[in-house]
Write a protein that binds this ligand. Structure first.
Ligand SMILES: [Zn+2]
Length: 96
């Protein structure tokens, strides 16, 4: 799944406008789009509770991705700052 740099930069810009956090895009080991959110507004500063917490951000990311990439996606949170003690909240964006 390849995306143009223009789409990706639009995606990051929109996420930042929505104040999701500081966004970095990349790929997971399956070549799927992977988004890291630093300074996540939902969970930064929380005490780890052993599960991911940011389904709200995941929903926003899915909405932005579908608007820009023009296909349906599933977003799965795989790392979480507050929930699991990672350094970023990480989301895999998987084309449906
Ligand atoms: Zn989070």
């Amino acid at each position: 799944m390849t995306k143009s740099l223009k789409d990706l930069s639009q995606f990051v810009e929109l996420c930042e406008q929505l104040k999701i956090g500081v966004i970095k895009t990349g790929e997971n080991d399956k070549g799927q789009l992977h988004i890291d959110v630093y300074e996540c507004v939902t969970c930064s500063g929380m005490k780890p509770v052993g599960r991911t917490l940011c389904s709200f951000e995941g929903g926003l990311i899915a909405g932005v991705a579908e608007g820009i990439f023009k296909y349906k996606v599933n977003v799965r949170e795989v790392t979480c700052i507050g929930g699991l003690g990672h350094e970023s909240c990480g989301f895999d964006v998987i084309q449906k």
